[in-house]
Design a protein around this ligand. Structure first.
Ligand code: ATP
Ligand code: FE
Length: 350
């Protein structure tokens, strides 16, 4: 089964060809980023994103076919992100996918973007259900129990900011370049995480919910106190603050991961996805936790942890293999939760 995937839900226009069942499934994966387009606005501008997706999606498809060295004749199905995301971008992808499916008479399958992330470890490492997934990116932070291509249980997640967002805001507060994750991580290397005592929110709650917005405020307060004391922010102090922030994020994610794993004693694997999974301090903490739990730890390569279309093609293939299929009524959905939370598992209000 050879599937063409399309992804356009945020600020990356992507297309990929995936051969479901082949030993190396990814035949091609093309990602056109929009970072430069949005840079001067300090965030993704939906209108600009939508226009850029509409302009680039055909080119991305062409490039993906070319990189895989095939034509549309070799494609068996079209998979497309149908949400959640910025509606203009999702629409651009869905319209392009419908056009291809209709003119070629190919099956069309809509994919939840989060399902794409959550199923990536099956594409890269062939891990078996059920597994626990920590999805930790710029816009998302949640624990999922994954029982099948269409069977997700949300175990908990952030009640405010995502950690990637907190890294980006912390970088801004400390005068470090964007994206904040990598620059905070580099600065933290020469810092002492114990110099500043930052909060570990919600660790007293017996569930998998997290909060990261208070952490960013704590960094802001610590910075202002330092400036009042020293008359400025010296590089060594900034490094200490970065190290303290990073350690706090790691501690919260590790502690809540421990709870998520305890809720799923039959899990085969502890898997992680999302851009923040690139963080080495976090990875070390999560790897150690998985070791303690006696589970393999699976972190796909970074280019497949961040937004891409290979994960969409793969998730589409998994759903097609189950017999799922969409038609021309497929709608673009700005919001699309993967599941309804299971209150019995959680004891949480969310
Ligand atoms: P989403 O996929 O949820 O819509 P997104 O596209 O912003 O959001 P990703 O591309 O998965 O998310 O990840 C980007 C985020 O990851 C940014 O917030 C960035 O700061 C963070 N990040 C990248 N590298 C690191 C790192 N080494 N340490 C911590 N955070 C990092
Ligand atoms: Fe994403």
């Amino acid at each position: 089964l050879t599937v063409l995937g399309l992804e356009s839900s945020c600020d990356d226009t992507a297309s990929a060809v995936v051969r479901f069942g082949a030993p190396t499934p990814i035949a091609s994966s093309v990602v056109y980023g929009q970072t430069a387009l949005h840079a001067e606005f300090g965030g993704v501008v939906p209108e600009i994103a939508a226009r850029a997706h509409a302009e680039k999606i055909d080119l991305a498809v062409e490039a993906a076919l070319q990189e895989a060295d095939i034509t549309l004749d070799a494609i068996d199905a079209i998979a497309v992100t149908a949400g959640p995301g910025l509606i203009g971008g999702v629409l651009a992808g869905v319209m392009c996918a419908k056009g291809l499916a209709a003119t070629r008479g190919l099956p069309l399958i809509g994919v939840n973007h989060l399902a794409g992330h959550a199923l990536t470890p099956r594409m890269t490492d062939g891990i078996a259900f059920p597994y626990v997934m920590l999805l930790v990116s710029g816009g998302h932070c949640q624990f999922l129990r994954v029982d099948g291509p269409d069977d997700f249980t949300r175990l908990g997640g952030t009640i405010d900011d995502a950690p990637g967002e907190a890294f980006d805001k912390t970088a801004r507060i400390l005068g470090l370049p964007q994206p904040g994750g990598p620059s905070v991580e580099v600065a933290a290397q020469s810092g002492d995480p114990k110099t500043f005592a930052l909060p570990r929110p919600l660790l007293d709650r017996p569930n998998c919910d997290m909060s990261f917005s208070g952490l960013k405020t704590a960094v802001l307060r610590a910075r202002d106190a330092v400036i009042a004391r020293d008359g400025g922010l010296h590089e060594a102090v900034r490094a200490d603050l970065c190290a303290a922030f990073q350690a706090a994020v790691r501690d919260v994610l590790v502690a809540k991961s421990r709870r998520a794993l305890a809720l799923c004693p039959d899990a085969t694997t502890f898997a992680v996805a999302g851009g923040v999974a690139a963080n080495q301090t976090l990875r070390a903490g999560l790897t150690q936790l998985a070791d303690e739990a006696g589970l393999p730890f699976c972190a796909p390569p970074l280019r497949l942890c961040t937004d891409n279309a290979a994960m969409i093609a793969w998730a589409g293939a998994e759903r097609l293999a189950l017999g799922a299929r969409d038609d021309m009524t497929l709608a673009a959905r700005p919001r699309w939760p993967l599941d309804t939370t299971s209150p019995a598992l959680l004891g949480s209000g969310k």
